[in-house]
Design a protein around this ligand. Sequence first.
Ligand SMILES: Cc1cc2nc3c(=O)[nH]c(=O)nc-3n(C[C@H](O)[C@H](O)[C@H](O)COP(=O)(O)OP(=O)(O)OC[C@H]3O[C@@H](n4cnc5c(N)ncnc54)[C@H](O)[C@@H]3O)c2cc1C
Length: 398
Amino acid sequence: MFDLIIIGAGASGLFLGANIKGKKVLILEKKDRAGIKILMSGAGRCNLTNIEDIKGFVERFNNKSFVRKCLYKFDNNKLIDYFTSRGLSTYTDKNGKVFPKSDSSKDVLKLLLSECNKNGAHINYNEKVIEINKNEKFTIKTSKGEYEAKNVVIVTGGMSYPTTGSEGDGYSLAKNLGHKIINYKPALTSVNVKDYSFTELSGISIKDSRVKIFRDTKKVMEYIGDILFTHKNISGPGVINISREILKGDVIKISIVSDYENEEVFRAKVKKDISESSKNIKNVLKGYEISERLIDKIIQLSDIDVNKKDLSKKEINRLISNLIEFEFEVTSLDGFNKAMVTSGGIDVEGVNSKTMESKIIAGLYMAGEVLDIDGETGGYNLQFAFSSAMAIAYSIRR
Ligand SMILES: Cc1cc2nc3c(=O)[nH]c(=O)nc-3n(C[C@H](O)[C@H](O)[C@H](O)COP(=O)(O)OP(=O)(O)OC[C@H]3O[C@@H](n4cnc5c(N)ncnc54)[C@H](O)[C@@H]3O)c2cc1C
């Protein structure tokens, strides 16, 4: 009989195994390797967390009141200390994102596996958990056999990038034990739009673009963030972070110029600059820190002759509208194959936010992305995976 069986050797499962001492622990992993998503995270660099003050950190999640306790108890500074004190130095980029100094997610995984090993938390690979039952103790049925345990932890992740092993198994395991599942859908995705004409600008970004979402001509949200044009769609934190709010058919308006304080003042300034300058329009726009290729594109899409000096009122207004609110119609969002996280999952109403223990079944715990928790890009999701796992470790150690 095991003290603890952890289902899933991903970010949460490994961190828990790495932080439980003196207990008989078994980790069951359905893939032939551990931490596949950790390896892909941050494009192979693993954006571990973010140095944002913990008060603001909490605001980056959907269910803020649920994430608060575990994030305050084991915060970003404690996580950084955890890794640095075990020999993995980190650095912080200009956006506050924290990475291992080696820029290699392999080093993060190596450290976690070594800590699990030190604690005697054994990992069984290629063993999928199919069913959990509880009477006096838990019985865990897998593709290879059956185990008994005093405590069970579901850390099977969400549904995104299913080839990494997270295929939503945790939802049915928890549902069978009486937990409610909140409708899940892809989150943190790029946005596909009608008549996308920025393919050749792939890789070009706009810093602090003002992004507005309109539904049936009504503005439903406004957000400021960087935009990245890819070869086939619009990406970057400016749309990725609000993608869970965007629907097919919405109109998305992005500012080509970096954020401006006041739209009217900005409009008047551009008008004045264009009418008073002896330069051609392209040279006027260069003063607004827009990439040259993007300037060419916007001039072209505004149907303006780049060499013309005296632009008509109509032409100036068209150009300014495009600079402030370039419009796209949303056709779809990327699916689970490309979403960085899943929104929805196990309803947090049924889970104790201090210990991550089920309120329905004693000894059953859940952490990480399998819960109805999703954060913005920038290291927030891994921090939650680690902090929620740590909450279980604190609870079980007692
Ligand atoms: C491309 C990409 C890049 C990302 N980059 C970042 C980043 O840089 N920073 C950041 O903060 N977040 C990032 N994320 C999000 C982050 O990786 C996840 O939120 C985090 O890994 C979730 O951890 P988890 O332990 O809950 O789930 P996972 O890490 O997904 O682990 C779940 C594990 O459970 C196993 N499993 C599932 N079902 C079963 C079963 N029935 N039996 C046994 N085992 C099972 C799976 O095989 C898997 O190993 C990224 C996500 C993606 C897809």
